[in-house]
Write a protein that binds this ligand. Structure first.
Ligand SMILES: C=CC1=C(C)c2cc3[nH]c(cc4nc(cc5[nH]c(cc1n2)c(C)c5CCC(=O)O)C(CCC(=O)O)=C4C)c(C)c3C=C
Ligand SMILES: [Fe+2]
Ligand SMILES: [Fe+2]
Length: 326
């Protein structure tokens, strides 16, 4: 145990991810999307405008095709489920091995295991303080701050939160090592593309630090790999809705690569702690297929998931945060 702060089982580390449907069915997807898209941190439109659009257009039209996408990536078996849930659960177990003096659990902002219930259960089990670690390396009001909202109601439990770890040396090294290893095993492409989840440009203009933190992470990882500036670039994926989102978009970037003769591209998604719908279906299946039809070859480099190096990095980040509090 490398913990510098006195640790006891009355302290918990709660790894919180976005959340995901309980089943790859339209009904379960609808329930999940409804909770997610009612969060004012995610969609800022007034209720009277947004609710009719959500209930009568978006949920009825989106649930079925999105359920179909989840079905294409669902993990079978006893420890199966949606990849986001499966890998988050396994990651929590791996971090627990790193931090035996703490209680390490996983929770979700939307869906199950629901964060407020997880915090209630910890309190009932005698835990007195909880360190909440949202599994978003880069801070955004739409994700990290929303986890803060949900954790704030944890009565009787002293909570603290790690806002981001986009610059944490252990995490940068773990991502860089995973890229190096993947390229050593599968060959290096002509270019490395860092693809981050997108955000409405309006929120960035209003001061959300997310794009600056994505840029800093990509720069740090590229530097750790010793890549020259023209060997890597950054783009944003998973646009939702009609307003302008951060640019450049990952799909447009890949198309531009194909037409300018950059044929072999490695894509990594360091904004995602674990693989999920947005990395497995959107990037490694759909965008890879589209790039192939344009004559290119994309190699998707998986997220850190439950790799020991990921668990160790998060454990060191948590230890530092706990040490700073005592
Ligand atoms: C306004 C809509 C959205 C914002 C803002 C947004 C920000 C955001 N999201 C992530 C991480 C993930 N998002 C995921 C899925 C997902 N995201 C949105 C919309 C917004 N995201 C939707 C509607 C969905 C569901 C799928 C769909 O209907 O297309 C996921 C994957 C979940 C899974 O089950 O696998 C992740 C992870 C970040 C980091 C972020 C902030 C910038
Ligand atoms: Fe509503
Ligand atoms: Fe999202």
């Amino acid at each position: 145990m490398r913990m510098t702060a006195p640790a006891s089982a009355d302290t918990a580390l709660v790894l919180v991810n976005l959340g995901t449907p309980d089943a790859p069915t339209p009904r379960a997807v609808r329930r999940y999307l409804s909770q997610f898209l009612h969060d004012h941190r995610v969609v800022q439109l007034t209720r009277w405008l947004w609710c009719p659009l959500l209930h009568f257009v978006i949920l009825p039209l989106r649930s079925k095709p999105v359920a179909h996408k989840y079905a294409s990536i669902w993990i079978d078996g006893d420890d199966g489920g949606s990849p986001l849930a499966v890998y988050t659960r396994r990651l929590a177990r791996a971090v627990q091995l790193e931090l035996p003096a703490l209680r390490v659990v996983d929770a979700m902002r939307y869906g199950n295991p629901a964060l407020p219930k997880v915090l209630d259960a910890l309190r009932e089990q005698g835990v007195r303080r909880a360190l909440v670690l949202p599994l978003y390396p880069q801070y955004s009001t739409t994700t990290t701050a929303s986890v803060g909202d949900a954790a704030a109601g944890a009565h009787g439990l002293a909570t603290a939160m790690i806002d981001d770890y986009h610059h944490a040396p252990e995490w940068i090294a773990a991502v860089a090592d995973s890229i190096r290893t993947h390229r050593a095993l599968h060959g290096a492409g002509d270019h490395l593309l860092f693809s981050f989840h997108g955000l409405p440009q309006r929120l960035a203009d209003a001061g959300d630090p997310y794009p600056q933190q994505c840029e800093a992470s990509a720069r740090d990882i590229a530097a750790a790999l010793g890549l020259p500036d023209d060997a890597w670039s950054l783009s944003y994926q998973s646009r939702f809705g009609r307003e302008r989102w951060l640019e450049p978009a990952t799909d447009a970037t890949l198309r531009a690569f194909a037409s300018s003769g950059v044929k072999r591209v490695d894509v990594v998604a360091p904004g995602f702690a674990v693989d999920c719908l947005e990395t497995l279906e959107e990037v490694s299946m759909m965008l890879a297929e589209e790039f192939a039809t344009l004559g290119g070859e994309m190699r998707y480099i998986p997220c850190l998931n439950d790799a020991p190096a990921h668990a160790a990095a998060l454990a060191r980040i948590a230890e530092r945060a706990l040490a700073a509090r005592t």
